[in-house]
Design a binder for this molecule. Structure first.
Ligand SMILES: Cc1cc2nc3c(=O)[nH]c(=O)nc-3n(C[C@H](O)[C@H](O)[C@H](O)COP(=O)(O)OP(=O)(O)OC[C@H]3O[C@@H](n4cnc5c(N)ncnc54)[C@H](O)[C@@H]3O)c2cc1C
Length: 431
């Protein structure tokens, strides 16, 4: 049975403070915002707590939106972060369907799209990310779909119900999961991407090609190494013209070409923004009262000695609470090894680490059997590891990375050498 790792690095705990007369505002009612709100109450914050969310839904989690929820296997009740009565019970003023349109860091005020202003003592920006748009002729035709919200997933699910053929533009995580779900629902699926193999940016060519084979084996037509020249049709998209001159007929198109952080509020308020809102390891921005967490935050990772913006569930789950504690004046550091997961068909995986700068890949197990672990190495250290249909190994993988354990390729490649033995040989304890 699959078991995913939710454990991680221990955070500092200090005595809670209770700023009774203060107002804390969270902009962005997603996973990071919701976990921050929960943590503020758990830590004893009993001031006013306002949470502003542009979507009509209370906070929900997105991973099921490209998988079980999209395929109609689970209902809406499975996606929410908290029960419906959680917010009222915890005196969290949830303002849904409301967008924060500007921020004034000199008066500590957030302006909303209904003209109201909310004053804050501490502000958390957890505004997430939004899909990058395709910029080709025909991009505005009906049937050109994106997937970020539960509403997007509903629209896409209705398309899957109708069957037919879909072209998925972009072979990243969203594109790959949508392609798998569409195939599982019996549609004709073509995936197109200018890179040579799916998921190449993160996995590289060797491991990405294994995912290419998995999709091909399930009957997906993988058109790698070519881009989109135009989308064509009268009012709705009917075909995709590729940059290498092919024409692909289709009933609809799904675009998954990455996301960009929603950092405009911060940028206009002169909070330092780079590829996301720049925050330190306490998730505090260049303005001391303003914090950021989740997909929008470009955080300094002490372990890596650099800033990284991570667009994954686990990051939002854990950064929200760290930001909340630091809003209360505590001193938590966020310094986890990045971690994410993906499910495509019957292939589940977990990825830990950050593979930039690696010089080779070591494989343990059999990619043909779809049961293996890949390690991205630099010299004798593991930079990142991905377990595919192999479970309960994410913690030792994180330990190998975090403790910079020196390992031999042959030990990593040998399934009879337990990873725990390599990871905990010198130090003991869990990652
Ligand atoms: C379809 C899909 C599948 C995914 N699957 C996986 C997976 O398998 N594994 C994994 O690790 N990660 C996955 N992810 C990524 C993961 O869901 C994100 O990392 C996570 O949602 C980030 O949470 P967040 O709270 O930072 O931002 P979001 O979830 O984006 O929430 C931010 C919220 O803020 C709101 N907002 C933005 N601006 C404003 C404003 N000015 N005023 C008010 N509200 C505002 C937005 O509308 C949004 O509701 C997936 C994402 C998608 C879209």
């Amino acid at each position: 049975m699959r078991k995913r790792s939710c454990s991680g690095d221990a955070n500092t705990r200090m005595n809670p403070v209770k700023p009774l007369d203060q107002t804390f505002v969270i902009v962005g009612a997603g996973l990071a915002g919701a976990k921050a709100a929960e943590t503020l109450r758990v830590e004893g914050f009993d001031g006013r707590l306002v949470m502003i969310g542009a979507e009509a839904e209370r906070p929900y989690e997105r991973p099921l939106l490209s998988r079980e929820y999209l395929r109609g296997e689970v209902g809406r009740e499975k996606v929410y972060v908290h029960d419906e009565d959680f917010y009222a019970a915890n005196e969290i003023e949830l303002r849904l369907g409301r967008t924060a349109v500007s921020l004034d860091t000199s008066t500590n005020e957030v302006a909303l799209d209904d003209g109201k202003r909310v004053r804050y003592d501490r502000l958390l920006l957890a505004t997430g990310a939004e899909p990058r748009r395709l910029s080709v002729p025909g991009e505005a035709l009906d049937g050109v779909l994106y997937l970020r919200s539960v509403a997007d997933s509903d629209v896409l699910r209705e398309r899957l119900d109708r069957g037919g053929s879909v072209v998925v533009i972009g072979a990243g995580w969203i594109g790959a999961e949508v392609a798998a779900s569409a195939r599982q629902r019996g549609l004709d699926v073509t995936v197109i991407d200018p890179l040579g193999v799916p998921l190449e940016r993160v996995l590289g060519t060797e491991v990405g090609s294994i995912y290419g084979d998995i999709h091909s084996d399930h009957g997906v037509r993988m058109l790698m190494g070519t881009g989109v020249a135009a989308l064509e049709g009268s009012t709705a998209v009917e075909r995709v013209r590729t940059s290498d001159g092919r024409t692909l007929d289709c009933d609809f198109v799904v675009v998954g070409v990455g996301v960009q952080p929603r950092a405009e509020l911060a940028a206009h308020a002169r909070v330092y923004v780079d590829d996301g809102i720049v925050v330190d390891e306490h998730l505090q921005s260049s303005m001391p009262d303003v914090f950021a967490a989740g997909d929008v935050a470009m955080a300094h990772y002490p372990f890596y000695g650099r800033r990284i913006r991570v667009e994954h569930w686990s990051n939002a789950l854990h950064q929200g609470p760290v930001a909340a504690r630091n809003m209360l004046g505590l001193s938590d550091r966020f310094d986890r090894v990045p971690y994410f997961f993906s499910d495509q068909y019957d292939v589940g995986m977990e990825y830990s680490g950050f593979a930039r700068g690696c010089d080779r890949v070591v494989l343990r197990g059999d990619p043909e059997e779809r049961e293996f672990v890949a390690f991205w190495m630099f010299e004798d250290r593991v930079m990142a590891g991905m377990n595919v249909n192999v479970w309960d190994v994410a913690d030792p993988i994180k330990q190998l990375i975090r403790e910079r354990v020196a390992v031999e390729d042959r030990d990593l490649a040998d399934p009879d050498t337990p990873l725990e033995q390599l990871a905990y040989a010198t130090r003991g304890g869990a990652a």
